[in-house]
Design a protein around this ligand. Structure first.
Ligand code: NAI
Length: 338
């Protein structure tokens, strides 16, 4: 009896809306690009996060299926799906945190900048929606090239009059995750015990691991430092080549995105000492955006940390990183101000 089924569906929706409003301590989170290679495992992991009470899944394709599937998980978050531009506003209204993995990934032989022509427009449109429907949300940008898409987001928010530099973060967590893993491998440690700050940006030489500042303190030979730096900078390309045309990092990225989103939510909740690396509006160097350690709190970014003492190898890396970053930032700004 289809009518009975419809009635049941309506009751279920009312109950879940009621549950979502029912004083649950969690936050409202939207994932834009939720059906993609990153989006699907990211949606699954966010459904498992106890800090999330409402999870909105938005994409231009396949969200009904992904939402139906994920909604069967017996965890607390209420899941709702949104398909296509007409539903973007409903997807965004009331959100505390928006995570954006929308856009095309790399194929072998491509740089992240090769994605600019397609992804810049996608990020611009989605950010216009954020400015309109949830201007106070924390925004986590994953869509590449992050070094340009974060400046695009800032320009869109400025135009809309909603820009708050404390709430805009480019996700570079995967660089930190890789650095921790590769360094632990060389040192014979458990990766969970290792913390490598990675600064600069999120592409090639702009990815600058500060091996002289790792925890636990440890020194490397110049060969080890050169090997590790290069492997961390090329970690993404390693995956792109192994996938041989089927895309770029998705599973490790979803893991990293959740680690970062969880830190943002813990900050919003008021936890102390939540510190992560991210590509953010910055005065740490002469560039308007730069990745470094930031402290996350109730307003988003509460503090952007300076780079700290660097050795000669790292200082040379910093100069290379800044040169490339300046061009990528400018490219984003001029696209958005057109
Ligand atoms: P994918 O192609 O598997 O998924 C992208 C999803 O975005 C698709 O479901 C697609 O329908 C959706 N989409 C396209 N246009 C959209 C729009 N206007 N609104 C909403 N959704 C839209 O790609 P994948 O592997 O998930 O990668 C997504 C992005 O993340 C790429 O730009 C990739 O380069 C980037 N990335 C970033 C990393 C980082 O460390 N920040 C690491 C790995 C990937």
């Amino acid at each position: 009896n289809p009518h009975k089924l419809q009635m049941e569906a309506k009751t279920v929706l009312e109950r879940s809306n009621c549950r979502a409003k029912g004083g649950s301590p969690g936050f409202n989170v939207a994932i834009l690009g939720a059906s993609g290679g990153i989006g699907q495992p990211l949606s699954m992991l966010m459904k498992m996060n106890p800090l999330v009470s409402v999870l909105h899944l938005y994409d231009v394709a396949n969200t009904p299926g992904v939402t139906s599937d994920i909604s069967h998980m017996d965890t607390g978050a209420v899941v709702r799906g949104f398909l296509g531009p007409q539903q973007l506003e409903n997807a965004l209204t009331g959100m505390d945190l928006v995570i954006m993995p929308a856009g095309v990934p790399r194929k072998p032989g491509m740089t992240r900048d090769d994605l600019f022509n397609i992804n810049a427009g996608i990020v611009k449109t989605l950010c216009e929606g954020i400015a309109k429907c949830c201007p106070k949300a924390i925004v986590n940008i994953i869509s590449n090239p992050v070094n340009s898409t974060v400046p695009i987001a800032a320009e869109v928010f400025k135009k809309a009059g909603t820009y708050d530099p404390k709430r805009l973060l480019g996700v570079t967590m995967l660089d930190v995750v890789r650095a921790n893993t590769f360094v632990a491998e060389v040192l014979g440690l458990d990766p969970r015990e290792v913390d490598v700050p990675v600064v600069g940006g999120h592409a090639g030489v702009t990815i600058l691991p500060l091996l002289s500042q790792i925890k636990p303190p440890c020194s490397f030979t110049s060969e080890e430092a050169a090997y590790l730096t290069s492997r961390i900078q090329n970690g993404g390309t390693e995956v792109v080549e192994a996938k041989a045309g089927a895309g770029s990092a998705t599973l490790s990225m979803a893991y990293a995105a959740v680690k970062f989103a969880d830190a943002c939510l813990r900050g919003l909740r008021g936890d102390a000492d939540v510190i992560k690396c991210a590509f953010v509006p910055s005065v740490v160097t002469e560039l308007p955006f730069f990745a470094s350690k930031v402290r996350l709190g109730r307003n988003g970014i509460e503090e952007v940390y300076t780079l700290g003492p660097m050795n000669e190898f790292e200082r040379a890396g910093l100069e290379m990183a800044k040169k490339e970053l300046a061009g990528s930032i400018e490219k984003g700004v001029s696209f958005a101000s057109k």
